[in-house]
Write a protein that binds this ligand. Structure first.
Ligand code: NDP
Length: 329
């Protein structure tokens, strides 16, 4: 029977999410890739239990994570039943609805019908009574925003979610839904956008809205799916995400396009005494709004390395300028 590392809370940093009462680990683990039925369960187990031993208390899921869709939730549920169940109150488990999940008009987007049904399915797959955070996964411009907000609020009233978040919403839409949630009294505390050195869109307007509204950010793909590591410096290794056919967002072309910047960033990281992955994660955490970065991992070793970013999260002005300059080239 699994016994958690007794020192797990000594090594992790926990940050408050916006103005809420919730704190999240600076690094959270996402189960988008590597936790489906096509991946080895034993490796999944090693990563998840190892993550918890490192003080990573937050695991991020969605209805459609797999493949096949739904299997990451089922596999995580199995892990909870078999190993982690005793620690449920030490875990923050999130899931989401919004992307395509099942056939017909209710299997995606943001209607009340879709969100409530999807959350019920996810709760069953994970085998929990509630999610700590439940997200609307992407904006739906056809459904009235108030309907989506009320559906998410209902989940809280029904005890199926403790906190509510949105993901992939732009600044304007975030502000609009935040105002609706305020009227409803919904604990809308968190936004999940993508953010990394190669994609800085949140700095334009979103961060300002989040700060004004007291909402925290948890950013996804902080390593640009592995580009911001030393992994692709000498080509595309076998079994890497860029080499997998079930990974449509990362490919050889992207690897080649970023190679020059990645090599230079790698040198900059070395000068700071860090790996590129460590520097990229620390850089994301420099924003006040960012409570946590959700990393993905295909091995426990990657996670162990990434957690070391916390040993140096401070940047000098010169370092920040050098990074800005390099990213503009
Ligand atoms: P990352 O940018 O952290 O990429 C993770 C990948 O980078 C790993 O699978 C691994 O690739 C590689 N990697 C990680 N650490 C190292 C290391 N130390 N050395 C070398 N390579 C490393 O994040 P993801 O894109 O995986 O996203 C993280 C999570 O964010 C998801 O699981 C999900 O929970 C969430 N997310 C949310 C979305 C949304 O719409 N809300 C969309 C996308 C993600 P490899 O597998 O090749 O080894």
């Amino acid at each position: 029977m699994y016994q958690a590392n007794t020192k797990r809370y000594e090594q992790m940093q926990y940050n408050r999410v916006g103005k809420s009462g919730l704190k999240l680990p600076a690094l959270s683990l996402g189960l988008w890739h590597n936790f489906g039925d096509t991946d080895y369960f034993q490796n999944q187990k090693e990563i998840i239990l190892g993550a918890f031993d490192l003080g990573i208390t937050h695991f991020d899921l969605a209805n459609n994570y797999g493949p096949p869709a739904g299997s990451a939730e089922s596999n995580f549920g199995r892990m909870l039943r078999e190993e982690l169940g005793a620690y449920r109150d030490e875990l923050i488990i999130s899931s989401k609805a919004g992307y395509y999940m099942w056939e017909g008009p209710y299997g995606e987007w943001g209607s009340k019908k879709s969100i409530i049904a999807s959350c019920d399915q996810s709760l069953k797959r994970v085998g929990v009574e509630y999610f700590d955070i439940f997200y609307h996964h992407r904006p739906d411009y056809e459904t009235p925003l108030e309907e989506t907000a009320r559906a998410l609020d209902l989940l809280v009233q029904q005890g199926k979610a403790l906190y509510i978040g949105v993901s992939n919403y732009d600044a304007q839409r975030t502000l609009e839904i935040s105002q609706l949630f305020k009227q409803l009294g919904t604990p809308f505390i968190i936004h999940q956008p993508n953010y990394n050195m190669f994609d800085r869109w949140i700095e334009e307007e979103l961060v300002e809205v989040l700060e004004a509204e007291g909402i925290g950010a948890i950013v996804y793909s902080p390593l640009a799916q592995g580009l911001l590591t030393n992994k692709y410096l000498h080509g595309i290794p076998e079994h890497s995400r860029a080499s997998r056919s079930d990974s449509p967002f990362l490919n050889e072309e992207k690897v080649e396009k970023t190679l020059t910047s990645v090599s230079k960033l790698n040198e900059l990281a070395a000068a700071r005494g860090q790996t590129l992955a460590e520097m990229a994660l620390a850089w994301n955490l420099r924003l006040k709004s960012v409570a946590s970065v959700i990393v993905g991992a295909s091995s426990l070793k990657q996670l162990e390395d990434n957690v070391k970013c916390l040993e140096n999260v401070a940047f000098t002005d010169q370092e920040l300028q050098a990074i800005d300059q390099l990213l503009k080239e």
